[in-house]
Design a protein around this ligand. Structure first.
Ligand code: ZN
Length: 64
């Protein structure tokens, strides 16, 4: 049987959700393309937090 991919029926197109907005306070991510939101893993969150922190430091250093 070819029922292995039945999960894809609920997905709009075949979005791989690479472009998402991360809400580190809520611990959730939301895809720009399909609007799907999901709970981020601790690992994803720490990576996201580090990235946003480095962005903040960069803009902060720019002002000074
Ligand atoms: Zn998506």
């Amino acid at each position: 049987m070819d029922d292995d991919n039945s999960d894809y029926l609920d997905e709009p197109d075949d979005c791989d959700c690479e472009d998402y907005d991360a809400d580190i306070l809520e611990g959730r991510a939301r895809c720009f393309r399909c609007g799907r939101s999901w709970r981020m893993t601790t690992q994803q969150l720490s990576a996201e937090t580090r990235w946003q922190a480095s962005m903040f430091e960069a803009s902060d250093a720019d002002i000074a």
